[in-house]
Unconditional design. Sequence first.
Length: 257
Amino acid sequence: MYETELHLGEPPLVANAGVGVHGVASRTDVFRLPELWQLHLYEYDAELDVDGTAHLIRPGRVSLVPPGVTVRYRYRGRSQHLYAHLRVPAAGPARTLPLVQDAGPELPVLSTLLRQAVASVPREPERTRAEIWTALWRIAELAPAAGRPGPHPAISAAIAYIEAHLAAPLTVPEVARAAGVSHNHLTRLLRDATGATVVGYIRRRRLDRAHHLLRASTLSIPAVAASVGIPDLQAFNKACRRELGASPRALRGPATS
């Protein structure tokens, strides 16, 4: 077993989390958890067999084993790892990821998240769930699924910059500089990733955020327009009608009027 499928649409239910120490009384462990996922972040060298498939464990590697799977560890001495045992709701699309992978540059972040989760178990279980959920998202993005290239780093940088500056005037050259690529290269990358031009993506995100604020908040319509970078009310009205199919007042509805 080399890969598994993980759903991340809802936070996991954490049955237990802690620091595991093995290889002292016995150099071998064989077990399975019938109903729980096993998340391990390793600090040692060992061999792991998952349903007959061998994996090498090294410091800085992370594994995620689904419920009901038999695992066999062969230790080389005292072996310590961070772990969490989870129930993962089948919510949201399934993501395919390697059963074992290197944490790489994410190792310090993952280690901090898991240690915070362990420290929160007895007094703040909600925080434990939040820390583990964040860790799972990061683990799912360590390596692209087989056959699917991961997003270009410039895409993540551009999207983060756009999201942080939706209320301000945005230009394509400005976003490209923040992403570290040329104007034309960013245009090609974003079109391949989202199907939209940079200008089209910015417009879509502004209107998505405006729709949310109109429906979920009591902010005035002028305040909503300003917060998404379209302070001209006539332009905002036209954009809502064109992109969302109704005027800002109609989108707002009776609950927040």
